[in-house]
Ligand binder design. Structure first.
Ligand SMILES: O=C(O)CCC(=O)C(=O)O
Ligand SMILES: [Fe+2]
Length: 349
């Protein structure tokens, strides 16, 4: 088994041919995945809405409903070429499947620093992780609202990373398209609340953008594990694509709902800062990933976040959430762990 800075990558456990999941990956009974089908006595299984962005007459209404009921939804006719989504999936997968473990470990993230860029497996710093996720990831920050040279870990950070590992052209184009789509969606979402299109973006300010590729190797005991523990994303808005394996679930009315993988669509996840800014009219979506025994699964999540120094507060009166400096919110998320939406709950007035 290969270890870097005491960090084991799940892929190396699988390559060792283990048929039993190591104990640190075993979830307690209350957080293990359960198949909804078994619990339901009728055949109706809700599924997150699919919103056609070209349908300008209905889009605000549909967004309002989706944001109130789910905090997450698919968009189609989003203007991003499907070939680009496929290319992004392809270059992302090639890192995990075509590089040797030694090559991958040369991009290892810093195990002692939360959210550090690079190849990792643990979500939280070692001392805060109770049960480990059955997931490896490659995390990198793409956009900074100021020149790269002035940022210590900007895109010049290990330039080889982006160049060699993920085809620069594909990632650059993907990043730009996601940035534009995130902005457009926050505009439409603001309008769906009867405000001007810049309402949410005015509070967020310029986006910081981070792309995390998650790779979930097949798991010998999927009923005992989670690919990614229950959480809500801490930024403003997340745009996610996945392959056709499936494993993402969102929480709705206390139940975990499987998100059907739609390869042409982009899955939109409202994150915590949008919940604060909309004063809870729209809630961030709690979600998680489950594993399966047969297939490796890939997702690419693009996060759009405020600057760490930005103070986020509700844009509606009377405020139902305490203002918070974004950097403090992120630190608390990584220190205490997400545990569903515990960090968001702590801000409710
Ligand atoms: O793999 C997935 O579908 C979920 C990924 C996710 O929630 C995240 O990276 O925050
Ligand atoms: Fe997430």
């Amino acid at each position: 088994m290969e270890v870097a800075g005491n960090q084991i990558r799940v892929q190396s456990i699988v390559q060792d041919g283990k048929v039993v999941v190591p104990p640190q990956y075993v979830q307690p009974p209350e957080t293990r995945p359960q198949r909804n089908v078994e619990k339901r006595n009728n055949n109706y299984i809700p599924t997150p809405p699919v919103i056609d962005l070209s349908n300008v007459n209905f889009v605000h209404e549909q967004l309002e409903r989706a944001c109130q009921e789910w905090g997450a939804f698919h968009v189609i006719n989003h203007g991003v070429p499907v070939e680009l989504l496929d290319e992004m999936r392809r270059v992302s997968r090639s890192f995990f499947e075509n590089c040797s473990m030694d090559q991958k470990l040369s991009y290892a993230c810093d195990p002692n620093s939360p959210a550090s860029e690079g190849y990792g497996s643990r979500m939280l710093v070692a001392s805060n992780d109770n049960v480990l996720d059955w997931r490896d990831y490659y995390d990198h920050t793409i956009l900074y609202p100021f020149p790269a040279e002035t940022h210590p870990s900007g895109p010049t950070f290990r330039p080889i990373t982006v160049k060699e590992l993920l085809d620069r052209k594909v990632v650059a184009e993907y990043s730009d398209r996601m940035n534009a789509l995130a902005e457009k969606l926050l505009g439409l979402i603001s309008e769906s609340l009867g405000r001007s299109s810049s309402c949410i973006k005015d509070v967020v300010g310029e986006f910081y953008q981070n792309i995390t590729v998650s790779y979930y190797p097949p798991c010998p005991q999927p009923e005992l594990t989670l690919g990614l523990q229950s959480h809500s994303d801490f930024g403003a808005i997340t745009l996610l694509i996945q392959d056709d394996v499936g494993g993402l679930e969102v929480s709705k009315d206390g139940e975990w709902i499987f998100v059907n993988p739609l390869c042409d669509a982009i899955f939109v996840i409202l994150a915590d800062q949008t919940e604060i800014i909309t004063n809870g009219q729209y809630k961030s979506a709690q979600h998680r990933a489950i594993t399966n025994a047969k297939h490796a699964r890939l997702s690419v999540a693009t996060f759009h976040d405020p600057a760490k120094t930005k103070t986020i507060s509700p844009a509606f009166d009377p405020p139902k959430y305490r203002p918070v400096m974004y950097g403090d919110y992120v630190s608390s998320w990584y220190t205490t762990g997400p545990e569903g939406k515990r960090n968001m709950d702590a801000l409710v007035l």
